[in-house]
Design a protein around this ligand. Structure first.
Ligand SMILES: [Zn+2]
Length: 390
């Protein structure tokens, strides 16, 4: 229910690529891990890092990024899962006492919308990792869920959870939009997703503009054919399962930002469309522009790069060994400092996961909250980079 339901145990810099005030700092926190389950959290954090650093462009930008793992123990294992959600009795009814009070059905509508007390997460990060740029809370639950608000949240309940979490970070850390062309699902029967309105989305990876000369990503296009594909029946998703042009072609593909028609995405596929890597070229460019200033070569120093070599499996070893030996590096063991800001600042996290399973009905307002969370987020991260780089 609150910070009285657990404690902050330690902080470990599991990916050390230089001084925190000069790098982009990702903080991984666990919720719903009992003290005897922190080894599992270490494994889960390592699994995420392996997937994250195998995904372009993070692989090439590794030296710009530090990763901190904050071990937080909770009284109970798991997360709240209200029985009734969106008018349906779909949850298990679990009520769990966890430090960040993670819950499914965070918005009262969609079970898989998993979030937590983000103010508490930020308070812990402020205290333990003051130069943090992005927080991802990993929730120890076998139920599928996540969200991409200012604080990313993911459960470990899906075999692809690390890549889903990377998709969420596309929203949280880089202000990217969902590129898929439905809200509840292509087969959901939804009738309000036919044609996007004429308002240009603020995000860099979706557009309603099909003019090649002024396209947002015109410098990256690899085809003169704009739009590159169109959807012949706007009452439903484009039925083609494979790209009509060569993979990797950057153009303008119709069907994006929750609509079958009238909005365009840069490539046929992208992790922001399918939750399967890679990011498309436009999304990679957005991420690279943001992270490159933090890389040692940009800064001109000789930052360390002792994040686990090339072998992903070693990340686990290195993190656990640093644990056992040097938990003093993790300086902190008090949980007191994270004030019980159980206040409700809900980050109205993006409901994009909502669309990942096609069963639930969802409402339009959550799509707008997605937008707002992405923009919140980019502004907040901008703040942090401003703070650092001045
Ligand atoms: Zn993309």
């Amino acid at each position: 229910m609150s910070t009285s339901d657990g404690s902050v145990v330690s902080v470990t810099k599991v990916g050390d690529n230089g001084p925190p005030d000069q790098r982009w700092n990702l903080v991984l926190m666990g919720d719903g891990y009992q003290s005897g389950q922190l080894d599992q959290f270490h494994t889960d954090a390592s699994t995420f890092c392996t997937a994250f650093f195998a995904t372009k462009p993070f692989d090439a930008l590794r030296t710009a990024i530090n990763v901190f793992r904050v071990d937080v123990s909770s009284t109970d294992s798991g997360a709240d899962d209200p029985t009734s959600c969106g008018g349906q009795n779909v949850g298990s009814g679990d009520v769990k006492a966890t430090y960040f009070d993670s819950t499914f059905c965070y918005d009262g509508k969609i079970r898989r919308l998993l979030s937590c007390k983000t103010d508490t997460a930020r308070a812990v990060a402020d205290d333990k990792t003051p130069h943090y740029d992005q927080i991802l809370v990993i929730v120890n639950s076998a139920t599928y869920g996540g969200s991409g608000g200012p604080v990313g949240t993911t459960s470990t309940g899906d075999s692809n959870w690390p890549t889903i979490a990377i998709h969420e970070m596309g929203h949280s850390a880089f202000g990217l939009a969902d590129e898929y062309e439905y809200y509840s699902g292509c087969d959901s029967g939804e009738t309000n997703r036919n044609t996007h309105d004429s308002t240009e989305p603020t995000q860099p990876n979706v557009t309603v503009n099909k003019d090649a000369a002024t396209l947002k990503w015109k410098d990256l296009t690899t085809t003169a054919q704009i739009p590159t594909s169109t959807n012949g029946d706007c009452s439903k998703c484009d039925p083609r399962s494979t790209s009509p042009v060569a993979a990797g072609t950057v153009g303008a593909f119709e069907g994006a930002h929750y609509f079958h028609c009238g909005a365009y995405r840069p490539e046929w596929d992208c992790i922001m469309r399918t939750r399967t890597p890679p990011f498309c070229a436009v999304c990679r460019d957005v991420i690279s522009r943001k992270l490159t200033p933090y890389s040692p070569s940009s800064i001109g120093d000789a930052g360390a790069s002792d994040y686990p070599s090339s072998d992903s499996s070693s990340s686990d070893d290195s993190s656990s060994s640093s644990d056992s030996s040097s938990s003093d590096d993790s300086s902190s063991s008090d949980s007191s400092s994270s004030d019980d800001s159980s206040s409700s600042s809900s980050d109205s996290s993006s409901s994009d996961d909502s669309s990942s399973s096609d069963d639930s009905s969802s409402s339009d307002d959550s799509s707008s909250s997605d937008d707002s969370s992405s923009s919140d987020d980019s502004s907040s991260s901008d703040d942090s980079s401003t703070r650092k780089r001045r």
